[in-house]
Design a protein around this ligand. Sequence first.
Ligand code: PRP
Ligand code: URA
Length: 208
Amino acid sequence: MRIEVVEHPLVKHILTRLRDAETEPAQFRALARQLTLLLAVEATRDLPLREHPVQTPLEPTTGHSLAQPIVAVPILRAGLGMLEAITELFTDVRVGYIGLERDERTAVARAYYCKLPPIGASRVLLLDPMLATGGSAAQAIEVLINAGARDIVHVCVVAAPEGVQRLNKQFPQVRIVAASLDLGLNDRKFIVPGLGDFGDRLYGTGAR
Ligand code: PRP
Ligand code: URA
């Protein structure tokens, strides 16, 4: 199975607080943002750099700038919880949106929105915290490839082996970066142990 799980103590610390059923939406949003900062570092570790001179207050030296544009694409709605961290780190990022919603009964995602910037040779960071069956991510990746994307990293918080295997098979060229590879899916296709419905926990729309 090809997945890059970020092994950092802070990742485990933040993820545990996200998993905790007692964590309220305001805290959940802050934690999701913090965790995405750490995941983004891993997802962009291999970005190319351009060398150029820079004048410090003391003397000239060689500096570096990112040489590949970044496009971030959150899958609505839960992916929005990861977007702010990316726009904060990559100030020149262009943002697209893909709206997908799983049917509660069948767990099959239905597309309801899509707006993408020009992609070209950009690194595309596909943002969706939960990789469960992989159906939503697969639909989104298909859309991105049809829009010309050639360098896609799927950034998620929790992944299930079922979703990872599906993406590995269908899109071997797509990297997956996650905070955890969990045990699997329950009979409602929720990730276990997981953290529940990420969108509901982010926006307080779940049952109380
Ligand atoms: C969740 C999650 C993913 C999807 C993962 O979204 O954010 O998009 O389910 O499941 P899959 O891998 O089985 O497709 P959901 O459809 O609940 O919509 P929401 O973000 O609007 O809550
Ligand atoms: N979507 C979620 O938000 N959580 C899961 O466990 C599976 C899909």
